[in-house]
Design a protein. Structure first.
Lengths: 115, 116
């Protein structure tokens, strides 16, 4: 079983839709959670960074962490064609030693927002 | 613009050759990370440095090596290149190490390596 699972999609939605992107994980030690957006052949861009559980909102983006279910989500409201990209989740544990230093990445979900 | 710079943007070379990719982290960031991304593949973590010291290794081949210099810039050296090494190579930086606060990574634009 992979430490982080992310449905690769592709996910296709009409403009204006609410998009829900998700990752599940198996390591209960994970405490730091990130969402990145990557346009084709460009560097990933950090969208959201959360610590432990709860919600965080930034403009049209909301990140949720449910540690009891080992499940994180990214919601995009009023989706735009410019949101079409691959969305990657990443996470790490609190402890700064050995393999815990690594950020564990999902494979990414491809999103297409159609005008 | 993330503030992370990478040079060169594109590199075309032949099999068996050696190349060096360069990365300058964001001002104030002490950690540097290298990733490989092949066409339509996920990000593969290669190696991490913190303030000049190697801190974590991923699936980095023995033909690949890296270092971080006192001015905090980093270089990734790829030798005995094979066709399969063609990929995008990304550098990222963060203030602190993974597993601590302020460890969110900011990525550079990448170097596109083509091995012919």
């Amino acid at each position: 079983q992979k430490e982080v699972e992310q449905d690769p999609g592709p996910l296709s939605v009409p403009e204006g839709a609410i998009v829900s992107l998700n990752c599940t994980y198996s390591n209960s030690a994970f405490q730091y959670f990130m969402w990145y957006r990557q346009y084709s052949r460009k560097g990933p861009e950090l969208l959201m960074y959360t610590y432990s559980s709860g919600n965080k909102e930034d403009g049209r983006f909301t990140a949720q962490v449910d540690k009891s279910s080992k499940y994180i989500s990214l919601f995009i409201r009023d989706s735009q064609p410019s949101d079409s990209a691959t969305y990657l989740c990443a996470m790490s544990s609190l402890y700064n030693a050995g393999n815990n230093r690594k950020l564990i990445w999902g494979l990414g979900t491809s999103l297409a927002v159609n005008p | 613009d993330s503030g992370v710079t990478q040079t060169p943007k594109h590199l075309i070379t032949a099999t068996g050759q050696r190349v060096t990719l360069r990365c300058s982290p964001r001002s104030g960031d002490l950690s540097v990370y290298w990733y490989q991304q092949s066409l339509d593949q996920g990000l593969q973590f290669l190696i991490q440095y913190y303030n000049g010291e190697e801190r974590a290794k991923g699936n980095i081949l023995e033909r690949f090596s890296a270092q971080q210099f006192p001015d905090l810039h980093s270089e990734l050296n790829l030798s005995s290149l094979e066709l399969g090494d063609s990929a995008l190579y990304f550098c990222a930086s963060s203030v602190a190490e993974t597993g601590t606060g302020r460890s969110e990574q900011y990525f550079g634009p990448g170097t596109r390596l083509t091995v012919t």
